[in-house]
Ligand binder design. Structure first.
Ligand code: PPS
Length: 289
């Protein structure tokens, strides 16, 4: 990739310089009552959850959910100065809006909490996030070059990647889930039992959907189906931000793909550090199939 962006620190979190440049407007975003926020650490199943939520809201109507690319249907707050829909379009969207962010719990714009907005948080196990993020960062122009993988593992452990520490992100939302209106979902559970997890999402959003609709939504949001859906697979995303000429956004969608990347030595270092960083939480993950 020709040009490479840099990270800087905002409120203790590493973030792309071009996002940091607009931080005040991002943090001061005015949420409205009824807005729904889908929040994740990057590469944790955001897009998957976005498609699920849109289908839930529209009673499983796949035609309506193909009205526009996913990043237009549910704008990404932090990129609102870098692509359309921008801040102006987001502010003009009718309520209730569904928005995407990767901000950690302490940096979610205060207006979301003030209006008691519903937040759906998706977390994915660290090693698969790291693996997915490494591949993704090779095609994201606003982030530094992730190579080599051995350095990326160390950067990830230190939180020296965009949106900061995975450990603090997943733990932060876990600790505060009962303080706010937060539904905490695990990627691995969604993979294992999609219908059950989609039922939770529907209930949280106040929708009572019959089993056949839940089943339909589960089928429409399976990785292989979403990968071929041009309105859900990110193919139309601006090339300046994510260059998919050689690699695609919808990569593998698996649990346990980290095994293709970690050497035995990297695994040992990572696991020892993981134990330490996750020693103060009741949150646990499965990273096996
Ligand atoms: S982003 O850029 O942070 O918003 O990415 P995000 O959508 O959070 O995560 C991308 C990873 O999720 C995988 N994905 C899916 N997995 C299972 N089922 C479905 N339907 C699905 N859709 C997307 C996507 O392939 C990325 O993971 P990897 O491991 O790289 O394949």
């Amino acid at each position: 990739m020709a040009t490479r962006g840099k990270l800087t620190i905002v409120e203790g979190m590493a973030i792309s310089e071009v996002i940091a440049a607009n931080w005040d407007e991002i943090y001061n975003f005015q949420a409205r009552p009824g807005d729904v926020l889908i929040d994740t650490y990057p590469k944790s199943g955001t897009t998957w959850m976005q498609e699920i939520v849109d289908l839930v809201v529209h009673d499983g109507d796949e035609q309506i959910c193909r009205r526009a690319p996913i990043f237009e249907r549910m704008p990404f707050l932090e990129l609102s100065h870098l692509m359309k829909p921008g801040m102006e379009e987001i502010n003009a969207m009718p309520s209730p809006r569904i928005l995407k962010t990767h901000l950690p719990v302490q940096l979610v714009p205060a207006s979301f909490w003030r209006h008691k907005c519903k937040v759906i948080y998706v977390a994915r196990n660290a090693k698969d996030v790291l693996t997915s993020y490494f591949h993704f960062d090779t095609i994201v122009g606003i982030h530094p070059d992730p190579e080599p993988f051995e350095d990326y593992v160390l950067r990830f452990m230190k939180g020296d990647v965009a949106w900061g520490s995975w450990y603090d992100h997943v733990k932060g939302f876990w600790e505060e889930r009962n303080e706010h209106n937060v539904l905490y979902i695990l990627y691995e559970d969604l993979k294992k039992n999609p219908q059950q997890e989609i039922r939770k999402v529907a209930k949280f959003l106040g929708k009572e959907l019959p089993e056949d609709v839940l089943n339909k939504i589960a089928k429409l949001t399976v990785f292989e189906v979403m990968k071929t859906n041009p309105m859900a697979n990110f193919t139309g995303f601006p090339k300046e931000l994510v260059d998919q000429s050689d690699k695609c956004f919808m990569r593998k969608g698996k649990v346990g793909d980290w095994k293709t990347m970690f050497s035995a030595q990297q695994l040992e270092i990572f696991e020892a550090n993981y134990k330490q960083q996750m020693s103060n939480t009741t949150l646990t993950f499965s990273d096996k199939i």
